[in-house]
Design a protein around this ligand. Sequence first.
Ligand code: ADP
Ligand code: MG
Length: 406
Amino acid sequence: MSIIVQKFGGTSVANPDACARVVSRILEARSGGHDVVAVVSAMGRKPAPYSTDSLIELAERGGANMSPREQDAIIACGEIISSVVLVSALAAAGCPAVSLTGGQAGIITDDAFGDARIRKIDPKRILEALAQGKVAVVAGFQGATESGDITTLGRGGSDTTAAALGAVLEADVIEIFTDVEGIMTADPRIVPEARYQETMAYADLLEMANLGAKVVHQRAVEIAMQSRIPLLIRSTFSDARGTLVTDGASKPGLPVSVPDRFISGVTCLGGMAQVTLAEADFNSTGRVLDVFTTLADECISVDMISVFPERIAFIVAAKQADHAIGALRGIGLAAQANLGCAKVSVVGAGMRGVPGVMSKVVRALHNTGVRILQTSDSHHSISCLVPEADMERAARALHAEFELSR
Ligand code: ADP
Ligand code: MG
């Protein structure tokens, strides 16, 4: 049996025209001899009435006492509506299909409402539907606890649903349909000359997703990578071939994916705050341990961490800055917060061992008059913290410096 999982994002099911494109994508895959599992997101984006954000707003109208369990129950309706609308569009095109909620599709999660993790999947009902020649249309972004409560998987959750189903069904490919032609060298909303790439390695996409490229959720990339199922990111609306994401090794029947450049893309992540601390010697007083223990106890996640004997710097989400400063004040430390920061990164496994990447990064930002507040790097990326107001300019400068639109 050859199964393809196709995931359709919010814009792909937003209106009847888009839905018609979705139907033809599914029919194309079926005529290629594949069984199809379609995973759908909620219809459109706010203010569309059944989009996730609109449903959250509706839930909040009920007042402050709405429990996370109830919130999940209303949010999950968005994807259920999409799944039924798609089943009906498929039926009108003569294609048998059945809608399944996450729970009906066998997706069992923990009970962390709003951000649940998938524990296991029993795809019995999906396989039954496929055996009957039907398309299984699964409501994305949701599952159910062992006891049957509806849960949601957090932002980007439909991508995760698709990847997890692809893994458990040992799909030939997981296709993520969206409103761009593939993974581009930068977010085209920020860098209009960004280009889409035909192939990419999981590791690069994972790094891009972690560093802010919201096109596919990082959890979905991790799952695909672990199960070695190819991901194909493509447009619902254009016939471009899309970006094939693999580990670069050849698999029977698949093209070898070797990125032909050492930088895959530029990413941006706003809404950050830089926190700095200064003292004569953090080591001799043991304060360095106090700082990070306190932040851990407060469940504040830190990033871009630099520790010097006399200075500590790190970043937190801007909305957690007050919390972090208050907690540090509580142990007698006066930390400074620089709100309004953004992280701009160049990503590419191919940069490893290539001299001069940092000098190009610095040159691009210097020539554009963007201040670098802090940097961090890995084998796959170099990130610069910059003032948020300069974020988009910085991304465009880096994109141009590395000639990514060629
Ligand atoms: P969907 O609703 O289909 O899940 P998303 O909005 O989650 O769609 O993701 C698609 C969007 O991701 C694009 O419209 C694009 O603006 C944005 N994006 C950010 N970075 C990139 C990138 N490197 N390549 C392509 N798209 C990107
Ligand atoms: Mg998405």
